[in-house]
Design a protein around this ligand. Structure first.
Ligand SMILES: C[S@@+](CC[C@H](N)C(=O)[O-])C[C@H]1O[C@@H](n2cnc3c(N)ncnc32)[C@H](O)[C@@H]1O
Length: 223
């Protein structure tokens, strides 16, 4: 929480390099250089000091502030950030190592390829915060939040598990609510009181607060 981030200079390239990293592997005729590798399984001893699987997933963790803060606040939980930009993943894991945080790890992976390395009903929290909006209809297929993704979230969550979503784009919120309703896999409730949410914030959330941009938080419970 009180990490001196000046010790960890950001890499130069911080933008998206290739939008195809958000397309499922099996839909691509040519796999572009730098496509996040498929991960049929993962040896968790390479990610967490206790060698156990994660109970918490931060999907699209960006530069990992929430991931790291949540892990520090919850040392009993293993927290896995999943991010399709390798430069961010390398940077986050540098911070995690530098700060000796034993229960956090960032994985270079695209959730467009599902979550085969996560066991059924093993996860208590999934965070999906401030996804890339992909406004244009022809870009819809790049949105990670789709029926298959929701099925995967439903599969890996424990019966009492929760999917938490946040966005500052009303169209994205509407799209996600419609999908949550049409799949019937989750109930969803907006959160208006700060006391019903987390005390820590994501990078994008801090940006929205600084710029006065409203955003929506939702708690999605597994049906
Ligand atoms: C706007 S950023 C938000 C980052 C962070 N959650 C936050 O709130 O600050 C969205 C992130 O999701 C990642 N992302 C989008 N689609 C993804 C996918 N299919 N798999 C993994 N990460 C993805 C992007 O690379 C980007 O870093």
């Amino acid at each position: 929480m009180d990490i001196d981030y000046h010790k960890y200079p950001f890499p130069r390239v911080r933008h998206h390099t290739n939008s195809q990293i958000y397309i499922p592997h099996h839909e691509l005729h040519v796999i572009p250089n730098g496509y996040p590798p498929l991960r049929p399984s993962i040896d968790w001893t390479e990610c967490f000091t206790n060698g156990s699987a994660p109970q918490v997933l931060d999907i699209g963790c960006g530069w990992g502030k929430f991931l790291i803060d949540f892990a520090e606040l919850n040392p009993q939980l293993n927290v896995l950030g999943i991010e399709a930009r390798s430069s961010a993943v390398t940077w986050i894991n540098g911070v995690i190592q530098g700060e000796n945080i034993t229960n956090a790890h960032a994985l270079f992976y695209s959730v467009a390829n599902k979550l085969p390395f996560i066991a059924d009903q093993s996860v208590s929290h999934i965070f999906y915060f401030f996804p890339d909006p992909w406004f244009k209809k022809r870009h819809n297929k790049r949105r990670a939040f789709n029926p298959l993704f929701l099925q995967e979230c439903h599969r890996v969550l424990q019966s009492t598990g929760t999917l938490y979503v946040m966005t500052d784009v009303p169209e994205v919120d509407q799209y996600q609510c419609e999908l949550l309703d049409s799949t019937g896999l989750f109930t969803h409730t907006p959160v208006t009181n700060d006391s019903d949410w987390f005390t820590i914030k994501t990078d994008q959330e801090l940006f929205s607060i600084e710029k006065g941009i409203p955003y929506v938080r939702r708690v999605c419970k597994k049906r």
